[in-house]
Write a protein that binds this ligand. Structure first.
Ligand code: SF4
Ligand code: SF4
Ligand code: SF4
Length: 326
């Protein structure tokens, strides 16, 4: 690996920032690497520069963010053509990430909220962005088309490697680069330690030879853990059993439950289904399920906060109308 590239699609740029989080280690990690194209951040390279490169000129392209616009689809397809190896970098690229939560809504609802209803918006005529606008009657201006749903990049092009995290932990970023330089795994793999958050969690009861306890009640994150035992046992919805632990249990170390930004364990299948599976296996007392529904009225948004576009059902299927009863 020598020539690398970066592209930010439907993400926030936090994944690229995790490279910068390497601080002075960045010099060692990037030794021998040349960034030949990066947009729209880092270098502001132009799309035509990418189009003009020879096919497979780039050794490794890192794509951050899922696909929500036709422009992003076009550039990701182009990067695939120009790169030997393509990495879905961060949970937005692998699984849709937080922008993927918009899949619970139609495009119309997203536009209505963003361009009309938001308190900071001043748009008295309720104008939406148009894909084509004629300026002064003669200049045609264009904007990208906004898709109905966010999709992970492997729905558009073949992905060689997946890296989880929102963003990936900087230590893991260093390891990813090392792996890609020295011994890349089989194509289509996640580059991960292979350990779940529970495996690296200081609250995991299993190493002490104890069995995990059933959940007696449900707690919200604003409550304070009562002791150093497993958060799930204490009633916090912690998704550590299903999530990749390349972050070294960063949230648990500050007494927060895992929300699954590391991405699903490669064996997990549908992430939300896995979460429901292990949570339900810890409930035997009547009333706990009702407590969960009351504490988390939008549970689907919580358990699919990072992975909805990659789920078996990747968004809202239809709108339900509840008939009022007299
Ligand atoms: S994975 Fe997180 S940090 Fe990376 S682009 Fe998406 S939202 Fe930003
Ligand atoms: S469920 Fe959460 S708190 Fe419990 S061991 Fe796993 S990561 Fe740690
Ligand atoms: S503990 Fe979970 S939510 Fe927190 S950084 Fe790690 S994977 Fe992400």
């Amino acid at each position: 690996m020598n020539r690398i590239a970066f592209y930010l699609a439907s993400g926030c740029s936090g994944c690229e920032m995790s490279f910068l989080d390497l601080s002075e280690r960045l010099l060692d990690v990037m030794d021998g690497l040349e960034v030949v194209w990066a947009a729209p951040l880092l270098m502001d390279s132009k799309y035509h520069d990418l189009a003009e490169l020879e096919d497979r000129y780039i050794d490794v392209a890192f794509i951050e963010g899922g696909i929500k616009l036709d422009e992003q689809e076009e550039i990701v397809r182009l990067l695939r053509k120009k790169s030997k190896v393509l990495v879905a970098f961060g949970v937005c690229a692998t699984s849709g990430g937080i922008p993927g939560l918009s899949n619970f809504h139609s495009r119309e609802e997203v536009f209505e909220t963003v361009y009309r209803k938001s308190v900071t918006v001043d748009n008295p005529d309720g104008v939406y962005p148009q894909t084509t606008t004629l300026l002064n009657g003669k200049y045609e201006l264009t904007l990208p088309t906004f898709y109905e749903r966010v999709v992970p990049i492997d729905r558009i092009v073949e992905v060689d490697y997946y890296v989880g995290g929102c963003p990936p932990h900087y230590d893991h970023v260093a390891k990813v680069l090392e792996v890609l330089k020295k011994e890349p795994p089989e194509k289509g793999s996640w580059i991960t330690s292979g350990r779940a958050v529970c495996d690296v969690c200081p609250r995991n009861p299993v190493p002490k030879g104890e069995k995990i306890k059933m959940m007696d009640s449900v707690k919200r994150v604003l409550e304070i853990p009562s002791d150093d035992s497993c958060l799930l046992e204490q009633g916090f919805l912690c998704f550590g059993p299903a999530s990749q632990g390349d972050c070294r249990a960063a949230c648990i170390n500050v007494n927060m439950s895992c929300r699954g930004c590391g991405g699903p364990m490669p064996s997990a299948g549908d992430y939300g289904a896995k979460v429901i599976d292990f949570i339900s296996s810890l409930i035997e007392k009547d009333g706990v399920v009702d407590e969960i529904s009351r504490a988390y009225p939008s549970l689907a948004r919580l358990i699919y906060a990072y992975t909805l576009p990659s789920a078996l059902i990747p968004g809202r299927v239809r709108k339900y109308h509840v008939r009022e009863v007299d």
